[in-house]
Design a binder for this molecule. Structure first.
Ligand code: ZN
Length: 168
C-alpha cells in the first residue's frame, strides 16, 4: 500500500484554511514579549505539539508546532530541508518564524551545551523543559504573572540573574 508521507501531510495542512485557523487559535501574544506563545498541547521536550489530522490510512499525525509555523511561513520544502529549527529567543513555546533558524544537528548540540551552562537559562529550569512549558502555558491562559512563573523555575544558585523577559 502506498502510504502518504508526513511531508505530503504538512503540504496539504498548510493549504487547509481550517487547519491553519486551528493552529493560529493556539497562539497568544504577551505584552512585553516579541514571541508568539503556544498554548496548545506540549511535547515531552517542552515544545508545542500540533495535531495535523488523520491521514487517508486513518493514522493520527502530530508535528512539533513551530515546525508547522515554519512551513506556513517559508513553505513545506524549507521545513523538510531543515533538520533542526533553533529558537534564537530561547523560548521553546515560541511560534514566531522570525525567531527560528535552521541549524545542523551538530550546531544544535553545541548550542545546547552552551545554553545548558547559562545561568538562569531555560535549560537550567528546576521543573524540566516540559514542566516549565506547562507552567508558562497555564500562566498565559489564566493571565497570571508570567515573570513570576518564569522565575519560579530558576535554581537558587542562579537567582538574581536577569529574567528571560521583562514585563514592567
Ligand atoms: Zn520567540
Amino acid at each position: 500500500m502506498d502510504f502518504p508521507s508526513s511531508v505530503d501531510q504538512v503540504a496539504s495542512a498548510v493549504g487547509d484554511d481550517q487547519v491553519v485557523a486551528r493552529y493560529r487559535a493556539k497562539i497568544r501574544v504577551v505584552p512585553g514579549s516579541d514571541c508568539l506563545w503556544w498554548v496548545g498541547a506540549i511535547s515531552a521536550k517542552g515544545h508545542g505539539r500540533f495535531w495535523l489530522g488523520t491521514d487517508a490510512c486513518g493514522r493520527d499525525t502530530a508535528i512539533i508546532s513551530h515546525r508547522f509555523g515554519f512551513a506556513l511561513a517559508y513553505g513545506p520544502a524549507a521545513m523538510t530541508a531543515a533538520p533542526v529549527l533553533a529558537h534564537s529567543c530561547d523560548n521553546p513555546l515560541c511560534q514566531s518564524p522570525d525567531h527560528l533558524r535552521a541549524v545542523t544537528n551538530a550546531q544544535n548540540k553545541a548550542q545546547w551545551a552552551a545554553r545548558h551552562r547559562r545561568v538562569g537559562g531555560v535549560l537550567r529550569d528546576v521543573r524540566g523543559a516540559r514542566g516549565r512549558s506547562l507552567a508558562i502555558r497555564e500562566a498565559i491562559k489564566s493571565g497570571a504573572d508570567l515573570a513570576a512563573i518564569d522565575a519560579a523555575g530558576v535554581r537558587p544558585v542562579d537567582a538574581g540573574q536577569l529574567p528571560m523577559f521583562n514585563l514592567d
